[in-house]
Design a protein around this ligand. Structure first.
Ligand code: MN
Length: 142
C-alpha cells in the first residue's frame, strides 16, 4: 500500500524540491503551507509521516507538532522537522515538542529520503521468543 506523506512547507521552492524527491519514491503526497492547514490536512487525511517546516505562517511547526501529539491518532506518527535556523538548544526543543528527527536546511536530497524510508519501513525487530511461534505448547507446567 502506498504510504501517505504530508509535507508542511511555506516556501514554494522547498515545496517543489520535496515534492520531486518524495514523488520519485512513489509516496502519495499531501501538502500544507501553514501550521493550521497542517493540522486540518493531517486530521482529515491521516498521513503515515509528516515533514514539518518549523518557520510557518499562522502557527509554527513546533506548535503544530505539539498539538498533533496530543491527538491519539498522532501519538506515534513520525514527524520530521526541517528548519534553517536551528541553534544550540533548538534541537532539544524540537524533540521535546514531539518531533522524531530534525534535519537542517538546505535540504540534503540524499539524507532526507533515507530518513523517511527508515521511519516508514523500520527494520524488523528482534524475533519473538519461542512461545507463540509454532502454536505448540512449550514446557507446559501443568
Ligand atoms: Mn518556512
Amino acid at each position: 500500500m502506498k504510504k501517505k506523506v504530508l509535507i508542511v512547507e511555506d516556501n514554494p521552492q522547498n515545496m517543489r524540491l520535496l515534492e520531486m524527491l518524495l514523488g520519485a519514491k512513489g509516496y502519495t503526497l499531501l501538502k500544507a503551507i501553514d501550521g493550521e492547514e497542517a493540522l486540518d490536512t493531517a486530521t482529515r487525511e491521516q498521513p503515515d509521516l509528516i515533514i514539518m517546516d518549523i518557520q510557518l505562517p499562522k502557527m509554527s511547526g513546533l506548535e503544530a507538532t505539539r498539538q498533533l501529539r496530543q491527538l491519539p491518532d498522532f501519538s506515534h506518527t513520525p514527524i520530521i522537522a526541517i528548519t534553517a535556523y536551528a541553534m544550540k538548544g533548538d534541537q532539544e526543543k524540537l524533540l521535546a515538542a514531539g518531533c522524531d528527527a530534525y534535519l537542517p536546511k538546505p535540504i540534503n536530497t540524499r539524507e532526507l529520503p533515507e530518513v523517511i524510508s527508515e521511519m516508514l519501513f523500520p527494520p524488523p525487530k528482534d524475533k519473538p521468543g519461542p512461545e507463540g511461534d509454532n502454536g505448540e505448547p512449550e514446557d507446559s507446567s501443568h
